[in-house]
Design a protein around this ligand. Structure first.
Ligand SMILES: C[S@@+](CC[C@H](N)C(=O)[O-])C[C@H]1O[C@@H](n2cnc3c(N)ncnc32)[C@H](O)[C@@H]1O
Length: 212
C-alpha cells in the first residue's frame, strides 16, 4: 500500500533495501517516478540500496518469502473514507464501505504481514477512524485487534495529531455541531515475537490474539 512512495523515498535516503507494493498501477508509476532523484549532491559516498516496486495485493505478498522483512511501514486506506482508485481497481481496500468487511480483509493482510516479518521485528501501520451518522466509528481499534489476532504483539500506539487542522479545530469549537472533529490517527507499532519470547511471559502481552 505504498501509494505515491513516500516510504520508499525515505528508504532510499536512509540506504535501506525496500519493497513497495500497491494494487493500483498508477500509484506504482508515481512511486517509481518519485524515486528518480539525484542523491549524489547530498552524499558523494552514496551506495544505492536495492528498492523494488510491483503492482500487487498486500493480502498475498507472493514475491516476499516467509520471515524475510525487518520492518513493514504501511498506510492502508481507512475503509472507504478516501477512495484511491474511484473503485476502478479490483482488490482496492478503499472500495469497501462495510466496516466489518474491511476489518476482515485487514485480518487477511495482518496474517500475510505476520508471515513475511522476521521474528523479533516490527510492523507499523497508520490507521484512522471516521464518523457515521454523527457517531464515532473506531476503525483503528478494530484493525489493531485484527493484528493481535494475527499473532503480533503491540509495542506502541502513537497518536499522530493532524497539526495542520489547528485553525479548523478552533473554529469548529462545538458551535454548530454536537460532535468533535477527528484530528488524530493511530500509528500502531506491532512486533512479531522471536521463538524464544513466544514461549515466555511475553505471551501474556497478546491477551486477545489466538496465539496468546
Ligand atoms: C493511504 S494510501 C497510501 C499513501 C502513502 N502513504 C503515500 O505516501 O502516498 C493507501 C494505498 O493503498 C493502496 N491499496 C488499497 N488496497 C490495496 C491492496 N489490497 N493491496 C495493496 N495496496 C492497496 C491504494 O491504492 C493506495 O495507494
Amino acid at each position: 500500500m505504498v501509494g505515491s512512495g513516500t516510504t520508499l523515498v525515505e528508504c532510499r535516503l536512509l540506504k535501506r533495501r525496500a519493497i513497495g507494493v500497491d494494487i493500483n498501477p498508477e500509484a506504482v508509476m508515481v512511486a517509481r517516478d518519485r524515486l528518480n532523484f539525484d542523491l549524489g549532491l547530498l552524499d558523494s559516498d552514496f551506495v544505492e540500496p536495492e528498492i523494488r516496486t510491483y503492482v500487487g495485493d498486500a493480502r498475498t505478498l507472493d514475491r516476499v518469502p516467509d520471515s524475510s522483512v525487518d520492518l513493514i511501514a504501511t498506510h492502508p486506506p481507512y475503509a472507504s473514507i478516501v477512495s484511491y482508485s474511484n473503485h476502478r481497481v479490483p482488490g482496492d481496500l478503499s472500495s469497501i464501505r462495510r466496516i466489518d468487511e474491511f476489518v476482515g480483509e485487514m485480518l487477511v493482510f495482518a496474517r500475510e504481514a505476520f508471515r513475511v516479518v522476521r521474528p523479533g521485528r516490527h510492523c507499523a501501520i497508520l490507521m484512522g477512524d471516521t464518523r457515521r451518522h454523527r457517531h464515532y466509528v473506531p476503525i483503528a481499534a478494530r484493525v489493531m485487534m485484527a493484528f493481535l489476532e494475527a499473532g503480533f504483539v503491540l509495542r506502541e500506539d502513537i497518536t499522530k495529531l493532524q497539526w495542520n487542522m489547528k485553525s479548523t479545530r478552533e473554529s469548529w469549537a462545538g458551535k454548530k455541531y454536537d460532535f468533535l472533529l477527528l484530528a488524530h490517527e493511530h500509528l500502531f507499532v506491532f512486533r512479531k515475537l522471536s521463538e524464544a519470547e513466544s514461549g515466555s511471559d511475553f505471551k501474556d502481552s497478546n491477551w486477545w490474539g489466538s496465539r496468546g
